[in-house]
Design a protein around this ligand. Structure first.
Ligand SMILES: [Zn+2]
Length: 345
């Protein structure tokens, strides 16, 4: 289990203090930077049976490491929303790719927490430690969070909880206070670019900017179809003349969550460009952004951005996608392009 290059410093810091590890860690930071991989590496390090200090890595060869690599270590539990198990686990992808799943499938349930009781009360199978990894911790519904809190209040010995969270502000403060928080930072641009080049990503600077400098999210973007779709869509909305109804019509072919995501970054770009003269996310559309930013009004942009936030909340249960798209397109003409609000253009 390899951590990412940008995690090496924090890894060294953490594992060199192994003897002082608490019962619970909270790894927090934005999505797409490799927190889950890091949490798994911590788990394997603790469960490695041939770990010799001052070695800072699991051996990769002992029975514990082999089980861990095969995903069947008896002293390890990974708790994730049911919907996640159908996806690859190695990257902590943005939740937007998952919000088409059923709502309950996106939660960690109280049953999942209760099932831990047996696991916690049994003695460990191997070297004395047990590890429970919860990802993402904010997916615990309130019942699950309260049940976990009870366990954290009287932590069982030799058991390590690792909570991974993209949105720690959504966790119960009482849970947070019982964990040692570790802030996982977005890597510097150079380190991220270097890694993306190693992954053979084309135009790494373009996808990295789109991903808000989160490298794993950038890699994901570069692999998907969404890149081409994004460019088609941005071509349309940066045209001088725009018919909102036909925009809504053609935009139906793209996932609504993607459209809202592109638009949010687009509006950020326009706003940023207004003040700093350049785009931040859609670097390949810098010229168009500059052109539109000249005629845009920052207050209008802020207004439209709020509409996007509201639309984003509705994405999980869109009553009528077409209607949402039409509304967004009409508002776009009104607030961003400042063309006729009815969109007669
Ligand atoms: Zn080992």
């Amino acid at each position: 289990m390899n951590i990412y290059p940008w995690q090496e410093n924090i890894w060294r810091q953490l594992v060199s203090q192994l003897r002082g590890w608490p019962n619970a860690f909270l790894l927090k930071g934005r999505s797409g930077i490799g927190k889950l991989v890091f949490a798994r590496a911590m788990s394997q390090y603790l469960l490695c049976e041939a770990r010799r200090l001052p070695s800072l890595a699991a051996c990769g060869k002992c029975q514990g490491c082999l089980w861990f690599a095969n995903g069947n270590h008896p002293d390890f539990r990974l708790l994730e929303p049911a919907a996640y198990s159908e996806h690859a686990e190695e990257t902590d992808t943005d939740e937007k790719t998952r919000n088409t799943e059923k709502k309950t499938g996106n939660q960690i349930s109280i049953e999942q927490i209760r099932e831990l009781d047996n696991f916690i009360n049994l003695t460990s199978h191997r070297n004395g430690y047990k590890v429970i990894l919860i990802h993402p911790a904010e997916a615990m519904n309130p019942h699950a969070a309260n049940a976990l809190l009870k366990t954290l209040e009287e932590p069982p010995g030799n058991t390590l909880f690792i909570l991974v969270s993209h949105k720690p502000q959504r966790l119960l403060p009482t849970i947070v206070s019982r964990c040692r928080s570790v802030a996982m930072l977005v890597p510097g641009r150079e380190a991220a670019l270097k890694w993306l080049v190693q992954q053979s990503v084309n135009e790494p600077d373009i996808v990295l900017a789109q991903a808000g400098y989160a490298p794993l999210a950038a890699l994901e973007i570069s692999k998907g179809e969404s890149q081409e779709q994004r460019m088609e869509f941005l071509q349309q909305i940066s045209a001088a003349k725009l018919n909102p109804l036909s925009l809504a019509e053609s935009a139906q072919q793209y996932p609504l969550s993607d459209i809202i995501n592109w638009l949010q970054k687009w509006i950020c770009d326009l706003t940023y460009c207004k003040f700093a003269g350049k785009a931040r996310y859609h670097l390949d559309f810098t010229e168009k952004v500059q052109m539109l930013a000249e005629r845009a009004n920052p207050l209008d942009l802020a207004h439209y951005y709020r509409e996007l936030l509201e639309a984003q909340r509705a994405v999980r249960h869109p009553l009528n996608t077409r209607l949402v798209l039409e509304q967004l397109a009409i508002s776009y003409c009104r607030w961003v392009l400042n063309t006729d609000r009815a969109g007669n253009e």
